[in-house]
Design a protein around this ligand. Structure first.
Ligand SMILES: Nc1ncnc2c1ncn2[C@@H]1O[C@H](COP(=O)(O)OP(=O)(O)O)[C@@H](O)[C@H]1O
Ligand SMILES: Nc1ncnc2c1ncn2[C@@H]1O[C@H](COP(=O)(O)OP(=O)(O)O)[C@@H](O)[C@H]1O
Ligand code: SF4
Ligand SMILES: [Mg+2]
Ligand SMILES: [Mg+2]
Lengths: 261, 261
């Protein structure tokens, strides 16, 4: 089966950490590519060992980019691409995603025998290039990363409005715990409220910082840890997931009421 | 003197809390208007007592909007406007800011005898409508809100790139403390590193939540508190500020090195 997955969520919520770790988990049995669609361009750092040149950077110097200029092999043969973003204040922040998707398409990267394609997409705004993985059907299924915090759930609700608008398929909510009170219950109730469900829970763990410090994933540095097992479980649960919904996001009054009860 | 100030920062960092509280502080002696430029449209909730209709909402129903349709009087005569944002997935998230700035200009709101104009602007991306307060010279001076956290400083550095690109004047960095280790020192070193300075420090305080719960500012609900005094001091220090710089943002390697030393 060919899985094309987009992972959205508020900036800093833990998308790149989750994407890089589940990619490493998939690499145990699958051909997988990770495509960073966040101007921060750091999704693949822990897979490749350092920051990749971005597609936008490469195209500044080379008019005709080839696959080897933009697709790099990382840990356990995970293929890695970083879209990059323009200089702040110059054009649409999502421009890197648009350019990168077009280039990868043109270079035939997607017609490859890839089992799993994972997009890591900025979710603070759902517009311009950041809507492309949904809009242009580069991704078939969307997962939204959140914690139990107001700001993260607000963003998740906002992203769900975008998914609904663009007729995307929401596969589920991933709870990346920040350690706040009643967190899993809050996130679970949020998921139900928008007609979805929690597809995985990742605990907060110092192993994330420790492995990140070495530019490695938890899967690479601590393969026998409980944390690594939780990324394997999440990868499996996403792979096996066959429940998708068009989300039913809350309007602002419903959301305020939901959070403050 | 006529102060036109834009407050930028990462989503959730505390812009609206700071903007509404310093506006309340200014209202003690000045005519002040607050213009929300964040699609969350909640900058003025604690000044007005509830969520305002946004400019985008009003223009859906009324083709010819008048001043009284979009500008509302809140606490202590602070004037309040919310730009709003489009539905996620539909057009540029900054479109509300563009529409709202044009309307306020056309209605002559800025030719009023206002002493202080404060824009509260989303800073997760610096593009489209979110660059308008800088680009179109609606604001003369910019302040960036941050904490000592990586994500907040990363965003502050990014915003500084946008300010430099758009030839804005950076008045200083506001530290809205999250209570992390060595926070003020980290933020202060960051400010120096980009050629700016810390113009104010706001402590983390439960009074923020308590007053927010009643849809009030700390200034209104707890006027005699230390927290209220810190907003008064920040308002004064911004008002008296005459040191502006074009920031010298860090490139990604410098930033990583700065944060991880
Ligand atoms: N489960 C976790 N436990 C501890 N720290 C985490 C966890 N997930 C993410 N982090 C930390 O949070 C920060 C932001 O994560 P990141 O994956 O870069 O977010 P995003 O890609 O959404 O911006 C990183 O410094 C990372 O180390
Ligand atoms: N100094 C502070 N102490 C405690 N909580 C704060 C403080 N400043 C902001 N907050 C809280 O942080 C959250 C985000 O603040 P807000 O002003 O809405 O951020 P932004 O406008 O940047 O998105 C709010 O729930 C607010 O109550
Ligand atoms: S569409 Fe979104 S990302 Fe593009 S300019 Fe507008 S706000 Fe920025
Ligand atoms: Mg990321
Ligand atoms: Mg706000």
């Amino acid at each position: 089966k060919n899985k094309k997955i987009a992972i959205y969520g508020k900036g800093g919520i833990g998308k790149s950490t989750i994407v890089s770790n589940i990619a490493a988990a998939y690499s145990e049995n699958h051909k997988v590519i990770v495509i960073g669609c966040d101007p921060k361009a750091d999704t693949t750092r822990t897979l490749y060992g350092k920051r990749l040149p971005t597609v936008l950077d490469v195209l500044k110097d080379k008019r005709q980019a080839q696959i080897e200029d933009v697709v790099f092999e990382g840990f356990n043969q995970v293929m890695c691409v970083e879209s990059g973003g323009p200089e702040p204040g110059v054009g649409c922040a999502g421009r890197g995603v648009i350019v990168s998707m077009n280039l990868l398409d043109k270079l035939g990267v997607f017609s490859d025998d890839l089992d799993v394609v994972i997009y890591d997409v900025l979710g603070d705004v759902v517009c311009g290039g950041f809507a492309v993985p949904l809009r242009e059907e580069f991704a078939d299924e969307v997962y939204v990363v959140t914690s139990g915090e107001y700001m993260a759930l607000y963003a998740a609700n906002n992203i769900s409005k975008g998914i609904k608008k663009l007729k995307g398929n929401l596969g589920g909510i991933i709870c990346n715990c920040k350690g706040i009170e009643n967190e899993e219950k809050t996130v679970s109730e949020f998921a139900s409220a928008i007609g979805s469900r929690v597809v995985g829970v990742i605990a907060r763990s110092q192993l994330v910082q420790k492995s990140e410090y070495d530019a490695k994933t938890v899967m690479e540095k601590f393969p026998d840890s409980k944390q690594a097992d939780s990324y394997r479980k999440l990868a499996r649960d996403i792979y096996d997931n066959d429940k998708f919904t068009v989300p039913n996001p809350m309007d602002i009054d419903e959301f305020e009421e939901f959070f403050h009860k």
